[in-house]
Design a protein around this ligand. Structure first.
Ligand code: COA
Ligand code: ZN
Length: 428
């Protein structure tokens, strides 16, 4: 029933004591990094006696990670770092996350805990359809599933024909998949004259890395004849496995022995009461190489009230309800409109106005970029337009790791942009 019964069912008071102990330890560790040596100067962690007192500490935001890229948050000797994960992006500083051996062990353990909770066991064959490389979904889930003892197929993202062949040849029982790709994969079964429900041995889907509705989950369950469990994470805080659904499917248990959880109003930064949506703020309690204190995730969710029938005492969060900044997620990839903008602004033939349109549904996810040509370029012939559109698509593919459809339109033909929010039209 449990992977680590004592920790998973620990009474809240004991969990609170454990958090204080670990918070003190992680603060001490964090101050070994150049960033926190300054940000936490003068702090005496022994003054902290209750987890709620973490609210007196400063926040850490994504921009801090960018400003101190690549090693400014490193709190351990470089010789103890064994892994890097990073966001995409070549314009401006991306963000880098560094892990020690014990960090990787702890991360794998949390994922094993979540997978076990969802019913995955040794003997299961887990096909990992998320991106390997710098993405945290691939290697993260990989080592978590190995830690649990299931057989892992490191299939990676894309190539649906091969995914289906692997599933059928090796009797895959569990898939780790991004929701929008699950729809596309189901369609690919159909295109081969196969039934995504009958023509495989799947029984569990672990989904995540992309916001999705309860209806989308149920649809995935019906399409493949599986139980689908949501998991939440972000690469700054490891990646997948920060919070995971149990078999009650009533919210995601956030592992409070590893993360100190706060939910704040993104405007006032004051705590919001249980049941109300706010921004998740998380402190890593175990990380050695790169501890993060009160990290503002920008993800919006609520803490759900009441105990869970499964017996686990770690509080549950709702599915992610949105973002408090302008980042969007497409095909499991995080994109900031600013990344798109900086690519466009580097091209003389392109004007200042653009619109990003996101579409979803069962055909899979797509991103269309409509960009105005620069004033005076309206006469550009269609062949040149196509060439330029292809070039932009390629530059964007390198920058954001997703290939948009690019449409070049005449100057002045898009609605005049007023503020950032209108740069993105999300039709999903
Ligand atoms: N995950 C995995 N594969 C995906 C996908 C997704 N979210 N979305 C699309 N694909 C598949 C497509 O089905 C296609 O394969 P097929 O043609 O054999 O069916 C292939 O990837 C390329 O799709 P396309 O939409 O043309 O590519 P793109 O250039 O826009 O995007 C991806 C490339 C999908 C490979 C890239 O966006 C990616 O790696 N996404 C996964 C990110 C991830 O794992 N994040 C987890 C973070 S924890
Ligand atoms: Zn539960």
């Amino acid at each position: 029933m449990y992977w680590q019964k004592d920790l998973e069912t620990m009474p809240p008071e004991d969990l609170g004591r454990l958090q204080v102990e670990r918070l003190r330890r992680v603060l001490k560790q964090a101050r070994r990094s150049p960033f926190y040596a300054q940000a936490l100067a003068g702090l005496d962690e022994r003054d902290l006696t209750r987890p709620e007192q973490a609210a007196s500490l400063p926040f850490t935001v994504k921009q801090d990670l960018r400003d101190h890229f690549p090693y400014g948050f490193l709190a351990a000797p470089k010789s103890q770092v064994v892994r890097l994960h990073a966001s995409s992006g070549t314009t401006g500083n991306p963000t880098a996350v560094l892990h020690s051996k014990s960090d990787l062990r702890d991360w794998a353990n949390l994922l094993a805990r979540g997978l076990y909770m969802a019913g995955v066991r040794p003997g299961d064959v887990l096909q990992n359809l998320t991106g390997y490389g710098l993405f945290s979904g691939g290697l993260g889930m990989h080592y978590g599933a190995e830690r649990l003892g299931s057989m892992v197929i490191p299939a990676g993202a894309g190539n649906s024909r091969r995914q289906i062949a692997l599933m059928r040849q090796f009797g895959t029982t569990v898939m780790h998949i991004i929701p929008s790709y699950a729809f596309r994969l189901a369609a690919a079964f159909g295109q081969q004259g196969l039934d995504p429900r009958g023509d495989n041995s799947l029984r569990i889907a672990v989904i995540g890395a992309e916001p999705h509705s309860e209806q989308a989950r149920q649809r995935i369950e019906e399409l493949f004849g599986v139980k689908a469990y949501n998991n939440y994470g972000l690469s700054e805080l490891n990646g997948p496995g920060v919070a995971f659904e149990c078999q009650e499917q009533n919210g995601l248990h956030l592992w409070e022995d590893a993360f100190l959880l706060e939910v704040v109003d993104p405007e006032t930064l004051e705590p919001v009461p249980e049941g109300r949506v706010g921004e998740l703020v998380l402190t890593t309690l175990n990380r050695k190489a790169m501890p993060l204190i009160r990290y503002r995730t920008r993800d919006l969710a609520a803490v759900l009230p009441g105990p869970c029938p499964c017996g686990r005492t770690h509080r549950r969060i709702s599915r992610i309800a949105g973002r408090s900044d302008d980042m969007f997620i497409i095909k499991g990839v995080n994109v900031y409109p600013m990344q798109v903008e900086s690519v466009l602004m580097g091209l003389e033939a392109v004007g200042n106005n653009y619109l990003i349109v996101l579409q979803g549904g069962e055909a899979g996810a797509s991103m269309t970029l409509k960009a105005e040509l620069a004033a005076g370029m309206a006469g550009m012939n269609s062949e040149d337009r196509e060439g330029l559109a292809r070039r932009i698509a390629g530059l964007l593919r390198d920058e954001i790791l997703v290939t948009p459809k690019v449409e070049l339109v005449d100057p002045g033909s898009l609605p005049a942009a007023q503020g950032k929010a209108e740069r993105v039209k999300d039709l999903r």
